[in-house]
Design a protein around this ligand. Structure first.
Ligand SMILES: O=C(O)C(=O)C[C@]1(C(=O)O)C=C[C@@H](O)C=C1
Length: 368
């Protein structure tokens, strides 16, 4: 399924001065000096297209630094005047939107803790009505694609067509090396649902620590994401917020130099010919897989009828266990990941159960 949003291509509203698009700046604007010094160095790299800074910070606990507030808009404008970089800030309510628009902020973004709440997103959307400002929408903290889509729709319905999504990872109880789980599948599903939507990646919030940044940023680029938002600070060791995930402008510049830029397609005929041959093979194999799945389901239906006529239960735990063990072992011989095999088998089993349940519950009339 595709969703129809009225979206302008990123290139029509954002001047990307260096590939890939990098939006950078401190997690928080702390002082005028810190912001200006960071902005100057970022500009000097020649690799940053937009300056970002948080001035209203949604913090988990009260009493933490909650952002420098509106004065930060003046500092951002000074940085803009000096460097020529367009400026971006996070907005979380109508008051923020009004102040940011009055200050001439070039790009607004909605944070993960706001996207999660449709009331907040609607309040922001209402405040945006009649303005032609670009808006970037981070994924909600929880892995709920509909909430993310809903937020994009609300902003789009307010008449905003310069829209992008930002993938910043998802909160989870699971303890891993990441601060927020990337769950790439969700970003891929969003792109599949709204192909015109530019999606940027925010490796800083996914990683939570600067060491992992290049790996996640490269993966995002390899997944054809259209840009990166990476936090940078003149001296991350003394940053007031998110010190572990910020990098110096020099480190950012080095990281960008290390990226391998891959294009979505190649026009080289040698490449396209070989790819076409390999894709033809994939098409044939997929046809065979579906043919076999269809055949399997026919037998599952026959078993369902047989069970119904003999009053035998649908679920057969020991048989299914036997299948799981055999197929998993065979899968690993074929170098298939255990997880992958398990997911496919689970899907097949639940479809078998669905089909047999329908057969068991069919009325005599339906059976003919
Ligand atoms: O073997 C059966 O009894 C079936 O109905 C087939 C099947 C399967 O899909 O392989 C389906 C449901 C059972 O739980 C076990 C296996």
């Amino acid at each position: 399924m595709k969703l129809n949003l009225n979206i302008q291509p990123l290139s029509s509203w954002l001047n990307v001065t260096h590939q890939p698009l990098v939006i950078s700046g401190p997690c928080s604007a702390e002082t005028e000096e810190q912001l200006l010094a960071t902005a100057r160095l970022l500009k000097a790299t020649g690799k940053v297209s937009v300056l970002r800074a948080g001035i209203w910070k949604p913090r988990t606990r009260p009493g933490e630094f909650e952002g420098i507030g509106s004065i930060g808009l003046e500092w951002l404008n000074k940085a803009k005047a000096e460097t020529g970089l367009p400026i971006a800030v996070e907005v979380a309510n109508a008051k923020h939107v009004k102040e940011a628009l009055a200050a001439g902020v070039d790009i607004l973004w909605i944070g993960a803790r706001s996207t999660v709440n449709p009331f907040t997103v609607q309040e922001i959307a209402d405040a945006l009505e009649g303005h032609d400002v670009p808006v970037m929408i981070k994924n909600p903290i929880n892995p709920d694609l509909s909430l993310w889509v809903g937020a994009l729709e609300r902003i789009n319905r307010a008449g905003i067509t310069k829209i992008a999504a930002i993938h910043r990872g998802f909160s989870s109880f699971e303890k891993t090396a990441f601060r927020n789980q990337p769950m790439w599948d969700l970003a891929i599903s969003l792109k599949t649902l709204i192909p015109d939507l530019p999606i940027l990646n925010d490796p800083s919030h996914i990683c939570g620590s600067r060491e992992l940044l290049p790996f996640i940023a490269q993966k995002a680029l390899d997944l054809d994401m259209q840009g990166l938002m990476i936090e940078a600070h003149i001296d991350p060791s003394v940053a007031w917020t998110d010190a572990a995930q910020q990098v110096t402008p020099a480190a950012l510049s080095e990281m960008i130099d290390g990226f391998v830029l891959r294009k979505a397609e190649s026009k080289n005929p040698e490449f396209t010919d070989k790819l076409a041959v390999m894709r033809e093979k994939i098409d044939q194999i997929d046809d065979q897989i579906f043919q076999k799945l269809g055949e399997r389901m026919k037998i599952v239906e026959q078993i369902g009828e047989f069970k119904r006529d003999n009053d035998v239960t649908i679920l057969q735990v020991s048989r299914w266990d036997e299948i799981l063990q055999k197929r998993t072992a065979y899968g690993s011989v074929l170098k298939l990941e255990k997880d992958f095999t398990a997911k496919i088998l689970e899907l097949i089993h639940s479809e078998s159960i669905r089909k047999q349940t329908a057969i068991m519950n069919a009325t005599k009339a339906e059976l003919g």
